[in-house]
Design a protein around this ligand. Sequence first.
Ligand code: PRT
Ligand code: MG
Length: 210
Amino acid sequence: MLNIALSKGRIFDETLPLFEAAGVVPTEHPDKSRKLILPANLPDVQFLVVRASDVPTYVQHGGAHVGVVGKDVLMEHGGEGLLEPIDLNIACCKLMVAGYPDTNLDSTQRLRVATKYSNCARAHFAAQARQVEIIKLYGSMELAPLVKLCDLIVDVVDTGATLKANGLVPLEHIADISSRLVVNRVAMKTHSHQIGALIDQLNAAVKMSG
Ligand code: PRT
Ligand code: MG
């Protein structure tokens, strides 16, 4: 049995057409089912419905053999025990530093940065030898500067509409983000046939869609 970890929402919606083209699909939609294991059209495959930020953990520890995850989540996790064979070129966005337009980025004051991407944020500011205090949040980062919880946020930005609606602007680019197929290192050997075929078919599907 091959376990494929997918998260609901954006990743699921944008991954489905690629898996369709690759000939592997769940037989139920996760929004219409309470099941966390969804059977597939192929008898030796099943889909696991996992929170986006948990996908690397499931794949790292072998709970899932493969998964689809945003590069942002992958960077934050660190990627230990994972192979990243395909850039699926979906759910694209940018990991950015954002804040009020008049923020003094050169301030010698220690800036407070609120984010769920604490590892990425720490690495970004450390690389520039800038002293920051990281405040860990789990969502709605755009709220934090408005109530002076922080000076800056680090978050993914797509259209920028959410920043704009809250009076914030993107200030610094950290990374271009898209979703990746990740594979457990050991599973790549034990399930080499199934995973090899999936990689070939998904690669072809990505080429077709691009
Ligand atoms: O909810 P949970 O914590 O489990 O996971 P999640 O909220 O991270 O999942 P989800 O489905 O929202 O995002 C999954 C992945 O989609 C992320 O890891 C990114 O790789 C990718 N992605 C692409 C995005 C966006 N675009 C995006 N715009 N993830 C989040 N956003 C947020 C953004 O931060 C903002 O708050 O969507 C909001 C709207 O963005 P704007 O810029 O278009 O206004
Ligand atoms: Mg969410």
